[in-house]
Design a protein around this ligand. Sequence first.
Ligand SMILES: [Fe+2]
Ligand SMILES: [Fe+2]
Length: 289
Amino acid sequence: MRIIITADLHYDVARSKGPTEAIAEEICRKGGDVLLIAGDCVSTDLAMLDRMVGLFEGFRGAKLLVAGNHELWTCGGADSLHRYEVELKEACERNGVHYLDDAPFRAGDVAFVGSVGWYDYSFRPSRLSIPLRFYKSKIAPGAAGQFNHHRHLLEQFDDISAAGRDVTTRWMDGVRVKLPMDDIAFTHRLVDKLRGHLDEVHDSAQHVVAAIHHLPFHELVPRSLIPNWEFANAFMGSELFGEALLDYPKVRHAYCGHCHQLKRCRRRELECISVGSTYREKRYEVLDV
Ligand SMILES: [Fe+2]
Ligand SMILES: [Fe+2]
C-alpha cells in the first residue's frame, strides 16, 4: 500500500496557491492508495476546502484529512469547537474525504488515526523567562501594551525578564480561535479522543499510521535563538500526543505539519516526520507499508 502524506498547503494564501496546484498535479500523476493531508489546508473560508480537494480529483485512492489550527480560525467570534467537530466534518463528507479527527479509517490491515493536536505551552522556551500568563493570552510582553484588553498582563512587570520585554510576537490563534475551554483542557480532550480511536483499531490492525497536525515530540520543535520565534514554540504542540502514540506499539509511522520545517525523530519503533511544507514550497512524503 502506497501512502502519500502532505500538510500545510494553505491554499487560501496567495503565495501558496501556485505551489499547491503544482504539488496536487504531481501527486495525482504519481498516484497512490491513500492520500493523507495533515492539516492547514485553508482557514476561515471553508468553501476553499472544496476547491482544494478538487485539485486532487484525479487521485484514485482514499483521501484522509486532519484539521490544522488554521481550519479552526473563525470570523466574528464564531465557535471554533463547532467548526472543528461539525462544520469540518460536513465539509469533508461533501468532498468525499474521510475526516480522521472524527473517526479512524481502515484500509486492509492498515489503520489510520488522526487529530489536529494542540498545545499546552509545554514547549515554551524557559530561556526567555516569560511568565505563563503571556502564553495563555498568546501575546508576548513587548506587544501586550498595544492592546487595551492585554494591558493588564503588564501590571506586574518585575517578573518579566529584560529579554522577554523585547519580544513582540502575537500568536494569531489568540484572535481567530474561539474555544469554550482553555487550551490545556482542549489538549486533554483531544488526547482522550485520540486514545479512543487507537483503542478502536489497535487490536485488529497490523499497522497504524497517525497524523497529528501539531508536533507530538519536542525533537521536532524548531530550534531558533531569535526570541520572537522562540516565543511561538509554546504553540507548536504537546508531548501528550506523542505519549499516547507510544502507548500503542503498532503505531510505527506518524506525520505532522504546523512548524513548516522538515524534521524527523524516532522514539522506540515509532518514526515521526514533520512534512515541512512552507508557504512557498510544498512537500510530500511517501510511505509504503
Ligand atoms: Fe501551517
Ligand atoms: Fe498549523
